[in-house]
Design a protein around this ligand. Structure first.
Ligand SMILES: [Zn+2]
Length: 131
């Protein structure tokens, strides 16, 4: 799957004490249509239920597949924004880094500094690419 070109937008890394630094983020704003279709795609995992039923001890595998499909679908349905990349300096220790905690953005979305391990809040204005 090729990743569409997502422009980098200014963001803020905010420490609990109120200090903040400029950062650069790439964020995809998800439309309700994308979230619905992506959630339905994840529910496709349920199609494996009749297959895994034949593996002993039968019922736990079916429950696992149904639960996994439901959780993945729910997470996709709640994915209003996707953080593709984030780089910037930690407001606490000043270490510049590329943050790896990408994916579905929570409200608020937090990342951890690789150097000092403090939790940082990520603020990104609404201006990313829309899919
Ligand atoms: Zn730090």
């Amino acid at each position: 799957m090729t990743q569409p070109a997502v422009p980098e937008v200014p963001a803020r890394l905010v420490f609990a004490g109120g200090e903040w630094t400029e950062a650069h983020a790439r964020v995809i704003e998800r439309t309700p249509g994308w979230r619905r279709s992506s959630a339905l795609t994840q529910l496709g995992l349920w199609l494996l239920a009749p297959v895994v039923f034949w593996i002993p001890p039968h019922v736990p595998w079916v429950l696992l597949v149904l639960g996994l499909g439901a959780v993945r679908a729910l997470n996709r349905f709640r994915e209003h924004r996707t953080l593709v990349s984030l780089r910037g300096a930690c407001p606490k220790c000043g270490t510049g880094q590329e943050f790896g905690e990408t994916g579905r953005m929570k409200q608020p979305h937090t990342v951890h500094c690789a150097s000092c391990r403090w939790e940082l809040r990520v603020d990104v204005p609404l201006s990313g690419a829309v899919t």
